[in-house]
Design a binder for this molecule. Structure first.
Ligand SMILES: [Zn+2]
Length: 416
């Protein structure tokens, strides 16, 4: 018996060229947020709007967020639906923005021009998070081409601003359109996963980003005794902050790594010339903390270590919390979206998935804070943010099959 799912899967197996074309079009429109010195997501969103209409999606809505830092004055958010028998919707959420390429000399081909090598495609954004967008589009296209009406509706939600704090993206959509996602809807966020697609993320660590500004005294580099070298003080601070690992030392098997992390990351430029002893240095600390710790305790510890270190050198120091997200309650394993996903993976791939937590912040956090259950899952390399970012065409197509399988109640075969 040929089932509806068989028909849909056969169609998807012929869609490699669509994956390549969509990925190429999106990669050529670098969606960097203003915090990454970019013009935002509007060029990519405009292309997506056109493509969604071309595919035959009619239920398309925009939930843009004003942002005067971009040339168009807003950050785009796109929702679209393919109706099923029930209004209950399985949402697939992807983010349109990407991170900068980083050191371009590490790329073997230009980051914003798609390179195809067999099953592998390369370019900034192809995995994070264009693979999710393409997965959702493949599933929608298959339903429309095969004239299939699944039990649940399929929702596509493509948001801005995931990589730099999220505010103009999903949280804005949830606030501006509170009825878009219904209380019984299921939410899938394909933005984290392993190569087998066997990892379902249901919990996150809390996140805190600190900006730490050291104020020393600038002078000529030939007379260091007349100044206070802010780079030396900042460096001492970076090393002293390793103490955080001992203060917040709990472990949880749900997460990998199982401990909290405290990573000095960005450092702003200081003096332009080599013969000036710097008097001001600014660096940042990225903290991912197990949910049982309060972020105010982390902030207090960072502050006291920084102040104590600066005082030792006679420098000033300011610790600012630039972004904080206390982890929400995890999505329970019994949640319908998790259960359907587990069943779909068993049925379609013969996989026994495992449930886990993550140190990366995903779009599931703002959803879980508002009481929605969300499963984070995809079949990834994974290599988000890396040079030569890469994604597999076959993994994208196989993920679209899982999305489709989840749309059918009980995952029973549907007679054609
Ligand atoms: Zn992402």
């Amino acid at each position: 018996m040929v089932t509806m799912l068989d028909t849909l899967f056969t169609y998807l197996d012929s869609q490699s060229d669509a994956v390549i074309r969509w990925q190429g079009e999106m990669t050529a429109r670098p969606a960097l947020g203003p915090d990454n010195n970019g013009a935002g997501e509007e060029a990519k969103a405009a292309w997506l709007m056109e493509e969604l209409s071309r595919l035959g999606l009619s239920d398309i809505s925009r939930h843009d967020c004003p942002d005067s830092r971009t040339p168009c004055g807003f950050r785009p958010n796109i929702a679209a639906r393919v109706p099923g028998k029930a209004a209950r919707t399985l949402w697939v959420i992807g983010h349109m923005d990407v991170v900068p390429p980083g050191d371009e000399s590490l790329w073997t081909s230009p980051p914003y021009a798609l390179r195809v090598e067999g099953d592998y495609i390369y370019g900034r954004g192809v995995e994070d998070n264009q693979q999710a967008i393409v997965t959702a589009m493949l599933a929608a296209d298959a339903l429309l081409r095969c004239r299939a009406t699944p039990d649940c509706s399929l929702g596509l939600l493509f948001v801005a601003d995931e990589e730099t704090g999220m505010a103009c993206g999903l949280p804005h959509v949830l606030a501006a359109a509170p009825d878009l996602i219904g209380p019984d809807d299921m939410i899938l966020v394909p933005d984290m996963g392993n190569r087998e697609g066997s990892m379902i993320e249901v919990a996150e660590k809390s996140l805190a980003w600190f900006r730490i500004t050291v104020t020393g005294k600038q002078c000529h580099a030939s007379t260091p005794e007349q100044g206070v070298n802010s780079l030396v003080v900042a460096s001492a601070c970076v090393l002293e902050l390793e103490r955080l690992y001992r203060i917040f030392k709990n472990k949880s098997a749900l997460f990998s790594p199982s401990w909290s992390t405290f990573v000095p990351s960005k450092k702003e430029a200081n003096v332009e010339n080599i013969n000036t002893l710097p008097g001001r240095d600014v660096f940042y600390l990225d903290c991912r903390v197990l949910p049982e710790y309060s972020l105010s305790a982390v902030e207090e510890a960072v502050r006291s270590i920084a102040e104590e270190t600066a005082a030792r050198y006679g420098a000033g120091i300011a610790v600012e919390l630039v972004h904080a997200e206390q982890a929400p309650a995890p999505t329970p394993e019994r949640a319908p979206v998790v259960q359907r996903l587990i069943k779909a993976l068993k049925k379609v791939r013969g996989l026994e998935p495992h449930i886990c937590g993550t140190g990366g912040q995903t779009l599931a956090a703002p959803l879980r804070h508002r009481g929605f259950d969300a499963a984070v899952w995809a079949t990834l390399m994974p290599n988000a943010h890396a040079p030569n970012e890469c994604s597999r065409i076959s993994a994208t197509i196989e993920d679209a099959k899982i999305v489709l399988a989840m749309l059918f109640d009980g995952l029973e075969p549907q007679a054609l």
